[in-house]
Write a protein that binds this ligand. Sequence first.
Ligand SMILES: [Zn+2]
Length: 159
Amino acid sequence: MGEFCFEEDRGPLIDPDALCDGCGVRGTVSRARRLGEHNEELELHRFCASCWAEEGARLQARWKEQDRVAHEAWIFDGAPRPPSLGATFGSATWHLYLELVERLVPAIRRGEVDDAYLTQLAQEMQQSAAWRVGRMPIRVLAFIQQYGAAHDVVGRRGH
Ligand SMILES: [Zn+2]
């Protein structure tokens, strides 16, 4: 099966003229792409900030399920081997960072996450605030406040 990746380059995510696939409003800030075996684009869906959390999750679930069903039909029913399809998900909103913070919290509590990684991540989040769409979620803000501070101290010492 192909890979499901997160898209981080903000350029292609924002399209002020595109219509949201979810609600039809003009101006989109996120997109989900279905990719073929040679990374060719099979589907492109663009969404506004309000629709992204729901629609991005829906497409991720749908494509994962399609891959699973096709794979099992090949294994069990003698269907032709399915192509190895991939997907990318990207948003200029805070949703992907919010999900990441929520996923990391249990591992952080167990002491399994390297401090340097957390500091780097907090720094990336903070830098992206200049162009992200919408208010920074409180959990992301708390994460930056907790782990971004160490970097500032190091940075000041360096100069
Ligand atoms: Zn929408």
